[in-house]
Design a protein around this ligand. Sequence first.
Ligand SMILES: [Zn+2]
Length: 303
Amino acid sequence: MKKILSVDVGATFVKYGIFEDEKILLKGKFKTSNKPEETFNLIFKIAQKNKVEGISLGIPGIIDMVSGVINKPPNLPLWDGFNVKDFFSKRGFTNLEVLNDANMAVLGVWKYGEGRRCKDLVVLTLGSGVGGGVIVNGKLLLGKNFAAGELGHVIINVNGQLCRCGNRGCLEAYLGAQYFSQNAFYLSKKLNSKLAKENHLEEITPEIVYKYALKGDKGALKAFEEYAYYLAVGCVNFINIFSPEKIVFVGGISKSFHLFSRYFFDFLNNMLSYGQRVEIGVEKKEDISLWGGLVLLYDNSWK
Ligand SMILES: [Zn+2]
């Protein structure tokens, strides 16, 4: 395997790794610019400096793998319609693959992570938003417009919380970091626990809620219990549709799974019918999206 650059483009930060022979040689990150040209210029310079043979890019939004056009990336309005493949080919660089960022993480989980060798796999990324992807019979589910696997926008409550996509009651509207943190604050107020007394609403993050939950804060624990409920509702839907061997959680909030797993399995087992069984995993390997970039460039078996 040759030297490659694998890049996970987020709305806030771009993370990258240089790989050679399935080893990370170096890693780095920089701030994402609102202007796509600025961001991809930096990526191009990193590729040149490190003399890489290929680049793989995971990008938020609906990414046309064939043409290289980015559609509707959340929080990056100026990126809509930008053609990544054109940008690099104009600079003489053609060994390049692009994919939706959550799907790139799915490929990493499937080949190098907790979902290794699963023929049927669901991956959920639990961060500021909720992303995901699905492997069906060993193939990544892409759909007609490369837009399949938007698991965070499955509607679980038709009159529910407003989601940033404009709909009400999406799974993401309950599992997103912002909702979770706010909910923890209000629950803490209601239950008269320390979290809301010692923190302002705007300052609360899932990490802070986690710290308080470890100390037994009632509001923080209740927030995790509710989180477990909505996560279980989402998973029951995915199990009923895809019947996966395994569901793997990735991303920030997945690291707290040990705190709420008992509630999660109680809710899940109560809702599962028809004797379905599924394994649940939490991804432990760091930079799993960047590992997905290796699969994107060198392994076609998932296509
Ligand atoms: Zn939504």
